[in-house]
Design a protein around this ligand. Structure first.
Ligand code: NAD
Ligand code: TDX
Length: 332
């Protein structure tokens, strides 16, 4: 058995990673550490609590991380403050968790000589023009726009420095926008689905021409396992599934799939500094490590996600009023 420590395993991608690993990779013995911020939800792990060890704790807690890292073989580091809009309301938790938290993990990994995989985002590269023929590659210069993406960029830099200066055995991956079950309803796709289910009109920022490169969360997580299996220490891999669509198209598709008029939404205040377009070239991961995505039909993926939020309203209902009230304060 290989001992696997998953940080942020009660969040969206982390909890899906726990489920994916239990289903596909039984050789791993899983411990999750999660602070259970507003974004962490134990209900995402209820079904598997008898199969994992769960520790409620902060990745910035030096003693705790030292102990947990010393007891494991591999660490996959998902824990972060992850929402751009929140980082514009209050950047501090992003500096604390994303930068100080990653530093704390790196110091424990350095001391105990363990293997680390650091999860990051394509947002570290800033954005592309709509008509730019290029996509992000591993050689694109970092140019983050928001407090969230700059804190993630900082965490990547720390990992790279600890690899080079201290010989830490780490890999990094930077993925595009994920969707799927257990995603917090503050994020674009689940916000719109749960708005429609709650009789609230969906909300499109600005013109909705911004493009995101959507990937199903299970494809992100299969790529992370590929990197754990075959990735080269010190290397960074971009993860993407050629899922570029603009926000207006995604919202209209959700409305259509839910049997509504495709124009039944509101334009609301745009996000300050709103990145125009993300697009990933994942050739390195595909060619060097042989990874391929499975869920490349966005319409089908959206339908499955709509079905999940419809069936699992108990998972999100209690949060809905609070999330919408925070958006309403910003005219969003
Ligand atoms: P999320 O907000 O749903 O989950 C984050 C989890 O981390 C929560 O369970 C939260 O309780 C936990 N956490 C926060 N601060 C903590 C702390 N100090 N100590 C311990 N736990 C803490 O986020 P997500 O969307 O699942 O993103 C996970 C990772 O993937 C992040 O690193 C994010 O930057 C990255 N990422 C996300 C996307 C996306 O589309 N969501 C895309 C690319 C990369
Ligand atoms: O109500 C909304 N209306 C809207 O038009 C919301 C919440 C968002 N949007 C727009 C903003 C973005 O262009 O939709 C797009 C997606 O927004 P988010 O879901 O907030 O995602 P984004 O800001 O693109 O960042 C996501 O992908 C990269 C994740 O939240 C990050 O953690 C990840 O790093």
């Amino acid at each position: 058995m290989t001992k696997l420590l998953i940080t942020g395993g009660a969040g969206f991608i982390g909890s899906n990673f726990v489920h994916f690993t239990l289903k596909n990779r039984p050789e791993y013995e899983i411990t999750v550490v999660d602070k259970l911020t507003y974004a962490g939800n134990m209900d995402s792990l209820t079904e598997v609590m008898d199969k994992i060890t769960f520790v409620k704790g902060d990745i910035c807690d030096k003693e705790l991380m030292d102990k947990l890292v010393s007891e494991t073989d591999v660490i996959v580091h998902f824990a972060a403050e992850s929402h751009n809009d929140n980082s514009l309301r209050d950047p501090w938790p992003f500096i604390y968790t994303n930068i100080v938290g990653t530093y704390t993990i790196l110091e424990a990994v350095r001391k105990h000589g363990k293997r680390l995989h650091h999860i990051s985002t394509d947002e570290v590269y800033g954005d592309l023009e709509l008509d730019d023929p290029n996509k992000f590659t591993e050689n694109t210069q970092y140019n983050p726009s928001s407090p969230y993406s700059s804190a993630k960029a900082s965490s990547d830099m720390l990992v790279k420095a600890w690899v080079r200066s201290f010989g830490v055995k780490a890999t990094l991956s930077n993925c595009s926008n994920n969707y799927g079950p257990y995603q917090h309803i503050e994020k674009f796709i689940p916000r719109q689905i749960t708005n429609i289910l709650s009789g609230i009109s969906p909300k499109l920022y600005g013109t909705g021409e911004q493009v995101r490169d959507w990937i199903h969360v299970d494809d992100h997580n299969s790529a992370v396992h590929t990197i754990l299996d075959k990735g080269k220490i010190g290397e960074l891999y971009l993860i993407g599934a050629n899922g570029e669509q603009n926000n207006k198209y995604v919202l209209e598709t959700i409305l259509e799939l839910m049997g509504k008029d495709k124009n039944a939404y509101e334009h609301v205040n745009d996000r300050p500094g709103h990145d125009m377009r993300y697009a990933i070239d994942s050739s390195k991961l595909r060619k060097e490590l042989g990874w391929l995505p499975k869920y490349t039909n966005l319409r089908e993926g959206l339908q499955a996600t709509i079905d999940w939020y419809t069936k699992n309203d108990a998972w999100w209902k209690n949060e809905k009023a609070k999330v919408e009230a925070a958006y309403a304060e910003k005219g969003q």
